[in-house]
Design a protein around this ligand. Structure first.
Ligand code: MTE
Length: 315
């Protein structure tokens, strides 16, 4: 599989000209030395300066041929609170997690509940390569070459009952292997949820690998969810249980801070997090900021799932 793109393949339109970059740096350095910039203001200044013609407007988060984030960044800048809350903790502390054999239970409102080994799932469902943008609620993003299979294939096999409207996901609970679970930063085990139609959408995958290799532990081995139009925290890692239910389930982040994390958590530049803007994002490995796109740039594919819904209310 040839997915690693050479530097030469990156269109020059995507590379900030050196002079523009240096001018921008000098501007911010000067402003900071005069005490004009406080943390969090940079994004606003870049946007405003674009309006006044000082700098070119920010480029959008999705451009054709966006370079992939490096394997090193994807595997060393992680959120996986079961191994600590610093970005570098998961790569340092997840190595001892035993991921083979690993079983995933699917139960609840289905005609065919079951327990599957991840190895069987990998053989049963042809693995597909999907390059997706992952946009974290903390306003950074990456471009990741996943491999996996549509969650919908597994759900169809389980055959949901007519009154199954939501899907609930659980991460492994094992404080011996996951030291972060010894600290009550979240209500463990990590739990997430999707509406059934979101779960069945062909863009929603269960990922088992990245960059053509099995999923590294810090990225959610051996099997994790990836929902590319939602904030990264919906993409729950190291899944052991998938349950179909009638009512909207509680999720770990909603339980922790209901005003800050809604059930839907669709990427939306117009709906800010109560403590920071969601209008821009920092692509890991790049300088500067990009303009965040509605549904993380996947609006054409998923917008119809939310037609008629108030996205500010259903954040
Ligand atoms: N899943 C579990 N079990 N625990 C976590 O802490 N963090 C979430 C999500 N899935 C998290 C999780 C968040 S906040 C993000 S942004 C993504 O994983 C990060 O995925 P990555 O580290 O592979 O980039």
């Amino acid at each position: 599989m040839m997915i690693i793109r050479n530097k030469e393949d990156i269109p020059s339109s995507e590379i900030t000209e050196e002079k523009v970059y240096l001018d921008r740096r000098a501007f911010f350095k000067k402003a900071a030395s005069l005490g004009l910039i406080v943390p969090g203001m940079a994004a606003k200044l870049v946007q405003a300066s674009g309006i006044f013609g000082l700098f070119p407007p920010l480029k959008p988060a999705a451009m054709p041929h966006d370079p992939l984030t490096s394997f090193h960044d994807i595997t060393h800048y992680n959120n996986f609170y079961e191994f600590g809350t610093n970005k570098s903790d998961p790569s340092k502390y997840s190595g001892a997690l035993s991921t083979n054999p690993w079983q995933v239970k699917i139960d609840g409102l289905v005609r065919r509940p079951g327990v599957y080994s991840v190895n069987d799932l990998i053989h049963k469902y042809p693995q597909q390569d999907r390059v997706y943008r992952l946009r974290c609620v903390e306003a950074w993003s990456m471009v990741i070459p996943w491999s996996g299979f549509p969650l919908g294939s597994l759900l169809k096999q389980a055959d949901p009952l007519g009154h199954a409207h939501f899907v609930e996901f659980w991460t492994l609970y094992d404080p011996k292997q996951m030291p972060g679970q010894r600290v009550p930063v979240l209500d463990w085990p990590y739990r997430e949820g999707l509406r059934l139609d979101e779960a069945m959408h062909p863009l929603t995958i269960l990922a088992t690998g990245l960059y053509g290799k099995p999923l590294p532990n810090q990225d959610g081995a051996p099997i994790r969810l990836v929902v590319p139009w939602k904030y990264g925290f919906k993409s729950i890692k190291s899944i052991v249980r998938i349950r179909l239910v009638e009512h909207m389930p509680q999720t770990s982040w909603q339980m922790a801070a209901p005003d800050e994390y809604g059930f839907y958590s669709n990427v939306n530049p117009k709906v800010n997090h109560p403590r920071w803007s969601q209008a821009t994002e920092r692509r890991i490995g790049e300088w500067g900021l990009r303009r965040t796109l509605l549904f993380n740039g996947y609006a054409n594919q998923v917008g119809s799932l939310y037609s008629g819904m108030n996205l500010r209310k259903n954040f």
